[in-house]
Design a protein around this ligand. Structure first.
Ligand code: HXC
Length: 510
């Protein structure tokens, strides 16, 4: 018996060594952790239970029979994050560059199936040279099997991808179908085709970092949702995100103990809105003052900064926040901000996370760039996402709510449950100057008349009261009491039940 146990331990030790000490040292030399070290940081200490440690590939082409490694380049299993179950896979770059073989794919599919059955998120730590070249179509098929699982799991369990090394070719499409993608700065890349192919086909000379590094994907392409300085920071932040999320679509979001009074009054909010309607202010301030303990987990902080998206807690429960940011492009809606917010709203709705919307929006950004880029269709994504969402929706208009953007931003007409406005709110088809130019065109040569018309328009619409008279605004609230009012609204909506008409699925404008 003793020798059998020793044999088991020897086999386990061989699996733990992955591609061997030389390659582990090379991984460390790049400032990266190994696949197992990453799981140690991600999961609660001692909670990891591994599956398929001894699985090996069966490829015999190109001398592969002499290159087998127990586990085949990916470590899979489950563990806990602050006591809550998650399934994980962690690709091991020291084994054939973390490349994906048919068996490697099968291991990932297996834990995804279990995650769906048992209702727990999947976190993938990606560090791979893509399809295992020696396996050809078997590897391609393996990828497609993983893609299919990503699609089936979408909206059932949260899926999180962390890109911690190269991620090329088809390897990018599995993360692309997950809910959140995080990258590590200077050591992770995502591209469909690498710099060499780009040079050959388009004659562009570009570095891997420029083409598919964290900065590119967090600020230009919006493929990624956030980036971090190193492996450890990325994994710690994923732990923090998981704390906000429900484990699956059958569960309510988690409720955590809190030590921040939901009735807290914030007198400083009474003076947040500047006297001049065109002076910007930082919407972060309102979000942080609304949140329990000022904790805001921002998603896509570096992309489309004219809208803010992320998670806070109120009375310990997770809430998704969408907020126009007057500091950037006056907080207008455009193609990028509509896409960013629409995806976030859909995530919240899929996982029963209530949405708080903070509105200060002068309208949609005009221009050929926007129209040629399809702002109609992209703006419609956000409109559609809010309109189809059945989760509790609480809206606070702080200042401008102009034009179509008023409708879009979780208005009463899109089944907003509580629509509040600060007394500084202005709800109109457009700003007074623009409106007067159109409806009093004949008086344009007379500055006195124009001034009088402008004052008249402002008196009528530069307030929340016309909308409040019609019941489109439920209540005009004192800014300092916003946290209390929002907390009470959300508390009253905990039993909300609303269903859309039966359909196979909708046809959101993609
Ligand atoms: C098999 C691979 C591999 C792969 C890397 N390796 N990629 N083995 N299949 N795809 C192996 C290397 O042979 C090497 O083995 C080890 O991993 C480390 O690779 P290096 O090149 O030494 O590392 P580095 O210099 O850091 O470069 C990493 C890399 C590069 C950028 C990922 O290896 C690379 O470009 N690989 C090929 C990428 C690629 O074209 N993949 C296919 C994409 S197409 P040793 O034994 O020396 O340690 C695709 C299609 C999927 O994925 C479609 C699905 C729809």
């Amino acid at each position: 018996m003793q020798s059998i146990l020793e044999q088991l331990e020897t086999r386990r030790e061989a699996a733990r060594m992955g591609g061997g000490q030389r390659r582990i040292d090379a991984q460390h030399a790049k400032g990266k952790l190994t696949a197992r070290e990453r799981l140690d940081v991600l999961l609660d200490h001692g909670s990891f239970e591994e599956f398929d440690m001894f699985v090996a590939h069966r490829c015999t082409d190109f001398g592969m029979e002499n290159q087998t490694y127990p586990g085949d380049g990916v470590i899979t299993g489950w563990g806990t994050i602050n006591g809550r179950m998650v399934y994980v896979f962690s690709q091991d770059f020291t084994v054939l560059g973390g490349s994906l073989s048919a068996t490697h794919a099968r291991k990932i599919v297996k834990i995804m199936d279990m995650a769906m059955k048992n209702g727990a998120p999947v976190i993938g730590l990606n560090d791979s040279g893509g399809a295992r070249i020696q396996e050809g179509v078997d590897a391609l098929g393996g990828y497609a099997d993983v893609f299919q699982k990503n699609i089936e799991a979408s909206g059932v369990i949260p899926q999180i991808s962390v890109i911690m090394g190269p991620c090329a070719g088809g390897a990018v499409y599995s993360p692309a179908m997950t809910d959140f993608i995080f990258m590590v700065r200077d050591s992770s890349y995502m591209f469909v085709t690498g710099p060499d192919v780009v040079k050959t086909v388009t004659n562009e000379v570009v570095t891997a970092e420029e083409l598919g590094g964290a900065k590119t994907h967090c600020s230009k392409s919006s493929v990624a949702d956030g980036s971090f300085e190193n492996d450890v920071e990325a994994l710690i932040e994923v732990r923090r995100l998981v704390d906000f999320l429900p484990l699956n679509n059958r569960e309510k979001p988690p409720v955590r103990p809190f030590c921040d009074d939901p009735m807290r009054s914030e007198p400083s909010l009474d003076t947040l809105i500047p006297d001049n309607a065109n002076t910007p202010y930082d919407m972060h301030e309102l979000i942080v003052k609304l949140a329990d303990e000022g904790d805001f987990y921002e998603i896509q902080a570096d992309f489309a900064k004219n809208i803010l998206t992320g998670f806070i807690r109120i009375e310990g429960s997770t809430v998704g926040v969408v907020a126009n940011q007057p500091m950037v492009l006056a907080g207008c809606l455009d193609i990028d901000s509509s896409r960013k917010a629409a995806r976030f709203v859909r995530f919240c709705d899929a996982f029963e996370i209530p949405i708080v919307t903070l509105v200060d929006v002068p309208g949609f950004l005009p221009g050929t760039g926007q129209e040629y880029g399809g702002v109609i269709k992209h703006g419609a994504k956000l409109l559609f996402a809010y309109g189809e969402a059945t989760v509790p929706k609480v809206t606070v208009i702080t200042r401008k709510a102009y034009g179509g953007a008023y409708d879009v931003m979780a208005s009463k007409h899109l089944r907003g449950d509580f629509n509040y406005a600060w007394p500084t709110a202005q709800i109109a088809v457009m700003g007074a100057a623009g409106a007067v130019e159109i409806i009093h065109r004949a008086d344009l040569g007379d500055p006195d008349k124009i001034a009088a018309h402008t004052a008249d328009y402002e008196a009528r619409f530069a307030s929340p009261f016309v909308a409040a008279e019609r019941g489109f605004i439920d209540e005009v609230i004192t800014p300092r009491n916003t946290r209390r009012r929002v907390a009470r609204a959300l508390a009253s909506l905990r039993g909300k039940q609303l269903q859309n008409p039966w359909k196979k699925h909708d046809n959101i404008p993609l």
